[in-house]
Design a binder for this molecule. Structure first.
Ligand SMILES: Cc1cc2nc3c(=O)[nH]c(=O)nc-3n(C[C@H](O)[C@H](O)[C@H](O)COP(=O)(O)O)c2cc1C
Length: 190
């Protein structure tokens, strides 16, 4: 499967102040299933994990030693896809609607998109620190990316909730992850 979904250029207009988004963010557990616009999806990906400084290869989300080991996957009503920050595009892993089987909690299948934060073991091979600290950093880095997602969602009037309740075997199989990769966290948005 090699479909590529080119995302529209990010837009910076009509968002609320960071302080207001922090104050307003709540975990939302009821969704009406309406699909996000491609622009909102593009902006959510960009402000979660996009390349914000091309010359130095720096992103919206900090990572330990700038390893960029957290991959962002997007599960919508039409596909599971990996966000490629350098291309600002989605690479489709599988076509179809797999939100229900990844939901566990019934409300989650009604959310328009599930964002999934995966530690890519290959990207993390270059981590120069103590190997026993890698999991700590991967979990921290995923939580930072997920926080970006939730705060940006709030800023454009969308609901979100972090979800640690998922079946890693189901998610890994659908996303076709390598055995060493780790699904760390998910966020439902809608
Ligand atoms: C790491 C993490 C995992 C969470 N997992 C779930 C989950 O699986 N399902 C769920 O409904 N809420 C989940 N939550 C949401 C929390 O229950 C929620 O943040 C908390 O009750 C505080 O409410 P607030 O987010 O509205 O401030 C999770 C939150 C965090 C930070």
């Amino acid at each position: 499967m090699s479909d590529i979904i080119r995302l529209p250029e990010v837009t910076f207009s009509d968002t609320m102040k960071v302080s207001e988004a922090i104050a307003r963010r709540r975990s939302i557990r009821n969704y009406d299933g309406h699909a996000l616009s491609l622009q909102d999806l593009a902006n959510l990906c960009y402000f979660s994990a996009g390349v914000t400084e091309k010359t130095r290869g720096l992103c919206a989300n900090p990572t330990a030693c700038n390893c960029h080991e957290i991959d962002l996957y997007v599960v919508t009503e039409s596909s599971c896809a990996r966000y490629m920050p350098e291309e600002h595009a989605l690479h489709v892993v599988e076509n179809g609607d797999f939100r229900a089987e990844m939901a566990i909690q019934p409300f989650a299948k009604e959310a328009s998109v599930q964002f999934i934060y995966v530690c890519n073991a290959k990207s993390f091979e270059k981590f120069p620190g103590e190997p026993s600290s890698k999991q700590k950093y991967a979990h921290t880095d995923a939580a930072i990316m997920a926080t970006n997602t939730c705060l940006f969602a709030t800023s454009i009037g969308l609901g979100s909730v972090m979800r640690g309740m998922f079946d890693p075997a189901v998610v890994s199989a659908r996303l076709k992850l390598a055995a060493e990769d780790e699904v760390v966290l998910t966020v439902s948005v809608g």
